[in-house]
Design a binder for this molecule. Structure first.
Ligand code: AQP
Length: 331
């Protein structure tokens, strides 16, 4: 039986990229597998965070995940910082990972930008903490969006090297699960960059908390080109913004791109965009209303976080004890 681990940063609103690329798959996996999902607040502080905003963000991300369909009875759901094993195991794995491996991580290069010397050490070692998140549970599968592929390969390399170095079969090398028609949802303002919580423009993304008018306005303003939609998928080549919107329609309606183009091929964005906005509103409205009900129920959310952390610790602490024995810390 496979064990699933995945995480999401509490650094802003859950957006359509997170939902279609990751969370929707998490929800589907809950019944078929043992699932562990974390609001990864330790990752969030790799870039500066206001403490009060972060505290609220952890709470709201937990509420948003439940609103999106995670059931804390059917999966383990908890804030990462409440399980100390993550940070402790990350230290051990930092002594396994090689500097050359981390130097190849493209997300660090993108996130640190021109001021690489001024980036936090945590931002640089972020993928090792991510490996610890997964390996602390001996997770076998990790459902993520396409942007996390390189980090997952690193987690596999770390697991394999640790096992080899210590002469044990402790960690199963985790497999990424990058599935579905929308593993890389792009920004509404720029078809060459991914939709992201940290994009300074709120117009670049559809938040799961956006109301119908906001969604309609964002889709209307989404960047496109002047041509009509093609009738075949090949006609989307070289048209990243059009491809992104068609892909979103396909993912939200569980149809193929060919099906969507069979309906909209030859039509302009004037016809396509309102149809897309309507589909988004229909799909997101139940999540938004559930989120609005839950987000102010501090007592219920706190109880879910506490219980989830307790269940996570019960799995991770014995794994850390095995790691301690393997490296020689205890007899
Ligand atoms: N655009 C996306 N398309 C598909 N999947 C995506 N994911 C994120 N963006 C997309 C997947 O969502 C999960 C949570 O990732 P995250 O917490 O790193 O989300 P984020 O929106 O990427 O976060 P930030 O704060 O905006 O970080 P940056 O901008 O640095 O990436 C993951 O499974 C991710 O693959």
């Amino acid at each position: 039986m496979s064990r699933i681990f995945s995480g999401i940063q509490p650094t802003g609103n859950l957006h359509l990229g997170n939902y279609l690329g990751a969370i929707r798959n998490w929800v589907r996996m809950q019944d078929a597998h043992e699932c562990i999902f974390s609001v990864v607040d330790l990752h969030a502080i790799t870039v500066a965070q206001d403490p009060a905003t972060l505290r609220r963000g952890i709470h709201e991300m937990t509420a948003a995940l439940i609103a999106a369909g995670l059931d804390p009875e059917r999966c383990v759901l908890f804030p990462q910082s409440r399980v100390r094993v993550h940070a402790e195991l990350a230290w051990v794995l930092m002594c396994t990972a090689r500097v050359g491996w981390l130097n190849r991580m493209t997300q660090f290069k993108e996130k640190s930008g021109k001021d690489r010397e001024g980036a936090s050490v945590g931002l640089y070692t972020y993928p090792v903490l991510q490996a610890a998140d997964i390996l602390a549970y001996k997770a076998t599968h990790v459902p993520v969006g396409e942007d996390q592929k390189q980090h997952l390969e690193l987690a596999r390399d770390i697991a394999i090297k640790f096992n080899n170095d210590m002469g044990v079969e402790l960690f199963p090398p985790p497999e990424p699960v990058i599935e579905g028609p929308a593993t890389r949802v792009m920004s509404l303002r720029d078809g060459s960059s991914k939709m992201s919580k940290s994009d300074p423009s709120d117009q670049s993304r559809i938040n799961l908390t956006d109301d119908a008018d906001t969604i309609a306005a964002k889709v209307k303003r989404a960047k496109t080109d002047p041509d009509a939609l093609p009738s075949e998928a090949a006609g989307l080549a070289g048209r990243p913004e059009a491809a992104n919107l068609v892909n979103l329609m396909a993912a939200l309606t569980d149809r193929s791109i060919a099906d969507v183009l069979a309906e909209f091929g030859g039509k302009g964005f004037g016809a396509f965009k309102p149809a897309l906005a309507e589909v988004m509103v229909t799909r997101l409205a139940p999540i938004t209303s559930r989120f609005n009900e839950l987000k102010n129920d501090d007592v219920a959310i706190e109880a879910i976080c506490a219980r989830g952390a307790e269940r996570a610790r019960a799995i991770a602490e014995p794994v850390l004890a095995e790691v301690h024995r393997a490296v020689g810390f205890v007899a």
